[in-house]
Design a protein around this ligand. Structure first.
Ligand code: HEC
Length: 503
């Protein structure tokens, strides 16, 4: 089973928190062939072990949880080569050339209680990985030429990490966390696995694939000039916001345009910022002048793009939540920033005044999504309490109204750009429409077969689409709720016909 596939058994985790945990194991830095010989325990690693390529990933995976700059168990910080060799209370645990005499290795392979990781705290390091550490010490415990002994290993590993090229055909369905309509209302951009895919709504056919460094996209927004801003990341490893030209020239494979958004500068036109964990939400004002993005680091970064993308300016880093920021929205004038937090609150930040103006605590459970009326006069939030709530962003945060209807967690809410309508998506497998002013329930839209993580309106306001955990995409007409198209957004994945339900 390929590494990138997150098994269905991981689903409980994914469901408990859809923007799944920082802690979930994910792909390790790719290794040179030498260090990646085999998973078998018996075989000794090849000669010429590289510290940064072969050893550091083992330490990151097995040791950094306790021996990083913050925890320093045993007063031992292992996050730079220099600090590894400096050791903890007992000094340098490495005796170059002699793995058996090195506490650093002995503690990994010992069967005694004082193993590393401690026996009661974690699994033993796999034998083949321990053998890599032994071989490194045997060869002199050297640092790679050109690498600073003071270099932060987590950062070095991240810089070296190369995203995999997505498979031509997926053996399993991807998880859809983000979708957006193209400016012409005719295509849908879908966040896939290390790629964005563009689908023709009329035919349900794949038109373009754009490979990305981010494993997942969580937020997608077009600028007025047609360039696409994408927030995403690799859970627990890195997060970023990048801007792509999805209409750039690429090669064609079986009628599908392939764009390299990792290396091709004509496709990846801007790299706004990097952080240490996923960026989970993104908002851009209709004039394209203000962008806000937030996520697992609890912060929302606000950029001023009024001088153009080239001169993008980070104007503030808003740390207003006590936990992950799961959703964000901007009023059309860029004055108000609404945010949804895992800390069970929705909040409003005055972007110009740089101050917190409202905390909305009514959900009393995880708040997954927020939306705002374009003129900033009403805020909306949804969450794990299954409710849609509206409140005044410019006031004391009092609830004006709430509405139920969804049978399970509500993940996302968006405002229609042309009509006073809202759309929400839920774990109950539906998308719902609501009157923005009264919260009167409109149509409940069926057609998807799993958690609907994301929902979007078309720019002309006439279509609404949902994307789900099992790769499903459905597009409906706003006017009458008629299903326009449904397809699976996992390239090449053969969807099975649903089995008839047994009574
Ligand atoms: C779950 C937490 C945890 C993990 C994971 C862990 N350690 Fe430790 N480590 C400790 C604690 C606690 C101590 C201090 C107590 C002791 O020395 O036994 C310690 C001490 C050490 C020491 C002795 C430092 C000194 O100078 O006294 C070494 C060496 C060490 N660890 C290496 C490792 C290595 C290598 C790994 C990864 C393979 C690792 N540890 C993973 C918790 C951990």
């Amino acid at each position: 089973m390929p590494r990138w596939f997150r098994s269905r058994t991981a689903r409980a985790v994914a469901c408990a928190l859809l923007f799944s945990a920082s802690q979930t194991a994910s792909a390790q830095p790719e290794k040179k062939p030498q260090g990646n010989k085999t998973e078998s325990a018996a075989e000794a690693p090849a000669k010429g072990v590289s510290f940064i390529i072969d050893v550091a990933p083992v330490l990151k995976e097995n040791c950094f949880a306790c021996h990083d700059a913050k925890k320093k168990s045993g007063k031992y910080d292992m996050t730079t080569y220099e600090k590894i060799r400096a050791g903890g209370v007992n000094g340098d645990p490495v005796v170059p050339g002699k793995p058996d005499l090195s506490e650093f290795h002995a503690l990994i392979v010992t069967t005694e209680q004082r193993r590393m990781p401690p026996r009661d705290k974690g699994e033993a390091v796999p034998k083949d990985k321990a053998a890599i550490v032994a071989q490194w010490i045997k060869e002199g415990a050297k640092l790679d030429a050109g690498l600073d002994p003071k270099a932060d290993l987590v950062k070095e590993l991240r810089v070296r990490w190369k995203p995999p090229v997505p498979p031509k055909a997926y053996p399993f369905a991807i998880i859809v966390n983000a979708i957006t309509f193209t400016p012409d209302n005719k295509h849908l951009v879908v966040g896939g696995h290390h790629e964005l895919t563009v689908w023709d709504i009329a035919t349900g056919k794949l038109a373009t694939r754009i490979y990305t460094r981010a494993e997942r996209a969580y937020g997608l927004a077009f600028f007025p000039d047609g360039k696409l801003a994408v927030a995403g990341g690799r859970p627990g490893q890195e997060g970023d916001v990048r801007v792509y030209d999805i209409n750039a020239k690429g090669k064609s494979e079986d009628g599908v345009t392939i764009l390299d958004g990792v290396n091709d500068k004509a496709v990846l036109i801007k790299h706004l910022f990097d952080v240490e964990d996923s960026v989970l939400c993104l908002a851009v004002t209709p004039d394209g002048k203000t962008l806000a993005a937030g996520g697992c680091d609890r912060a929302v970064r606000v950029f001023d793009l009024s001088e153009g993308l080239d001169k993008a300016k980070l104007t503030q880093t808003v740390e207003n939540h006590a936990d992950w920021v799961l959703g964000c929205a901007l009023s059309a004038d860029g004055k108000f920033l609404l945010t949804a937090g895992r800390d069970k609150t929705a909040k409003v930040w005055d972007v110009k005044g740089k101050e917190s103006v409202v905390t909305f605590p009514e959900h009393q459970n995880i708040v997954y999504g927020v939306a705002v009326k374009a003129d900033g006069s009403a805020g909306f939030s949804v969450g794990a309490d299954k409710q849609l709530r509206t409140w005044k962003p410019n006031g004391e945060g009092k609830q004006v109204k709430n509405a139920g209807g969804h049978g399970d967690d509500v993940f996302k809410i968006v405002a229609n750009p042309k009509q006073p309508l809202l759309a929400t998506s839920s774990a109950d497998k539906t998308v719902r429409l609501w009157n923005m002013d009264t919260l009167a329930a409109g149509k409940s839209l069926a057609g998807l077969t799993d958690y609907v993580y994301t929902v979007a309106f078309s720019p002309d306001g006439e279509l609404v689409a949902g994307g789900s955990y099992d790769g499903g995409i459905a597009v409906w007409k706003v006017k009458d709720g008629a299903l326009v198209k449904a397809f699976n957004a996992s390239p090449g994945f053969a969807t099975k016909e649903p089995e008839p339900k047994k009574k």
